[in-house]
Design a protein around this ligand. Structure first.
Ligand SMILES: CC(C)(COP(=O)(O)OP(=O)(O)OC[C@H]1O[C@@H](n2cnc3c(N)ncnc32)[C@H](O)[C@@H]1OP(=O)(O)O)[C@@H](O)C(=O)NCCC(=O)NCCS
Length: 179
């Protein structure tokens, strides 16, 4: 996957030198608390960060739309977060989700929305049929990103892929292009 450029950002594959920033992001409870069910296990060291990076490096074998990208701010060169399209776990058909997370120091600038819009433009432009986006029901900041993107809200429902309830959003390619 090549990089995608937006007005303020470069979305690019992860590189080895992202390890320190990856560790900084994933060792924070206020970030990882939203990424999985408890127990929340903060990333402990650079070795874990390198393993995390290596996992993303092998993802392109999964399919043409599956990708994990670093979000880099052009002006500062800072790597501020991660953006991904991945298959839903135990998918019923070819369901894919988009996800995002930022370092807390990069929240409140519109970076997640700007990055996700560009990635969805790219994926739908290359033939992706539909996208899902799910979050814990009380993750208001993430729901606000999905709303700003113009994804269709499906409310809080029994999560089709994860334990418990999720707040889901969805868009077909046609919906995305006409939003
Ligand atoms: C979810 C998350 C990515 C949202 O980040 P965010 O910065 O609030 O989202 P956006 O990129 O859409 O930015 C919107 C905010 O930037 C502000 N903003 C500032 N300058 C802006 C600009 N030039 N353009 C757009 N928005 C701008 C907006 O007003 C808005 O702030 P507000 O919420 O106070 O109104 C972030 O909270 C996060 O990483 N959380 C932890 C991990 C997580 O929950 N991930 C999702 C799991 S499902």
């Amino acid at each position: 996957m090549t990089s995608i450029e937006t007005e303020r950002l470069i979305l690019r594959p992860f590189i080895d030198s992202d390890a320190e920033r990856v560790l900084d992001i994933h060792s924070r409870l206020d970030v990882i608390r939203w990424l999985s069910d408890p127990p929340y296990v903060p990333m402990a060291d650079l070795d874990e960060a390198r393993t995390w990076l290596a996992n993303w490096a092998s993802l392109p074998e999964g399919g043409p739309y599956d990708v994990g990208l670093a979000i880099e701010v052009k002006e500062t060169g800072a790597m501020v977060g991660a953006l991904m399209i991945v298959p839903e776990p135990n998918a019923n058909y070819d369901e894919r989700q988009i996800g995002w997370h930022l370092h807390p120091d990069a929240v409140g600038y519109g970076y997640a929305t700007e990055a996700a819009a560009a990635l969805l433009d790219d994926a739908f432009g290359r033939g992706l049929d539909e996208i899902w986006c799910g979050m814990f029901p009380d993750n208001a900041p993430s729901a606000a990103v999905a709303e700003r993107l113009g994804l269709r809200p499906l409310g809080v429902v029994p999560d089709p892929w994860y334990e418990g309830e999720g707040r889901l959003f969805f868009a077909t390619r046609e919906e995305w292009l006409n939003r």
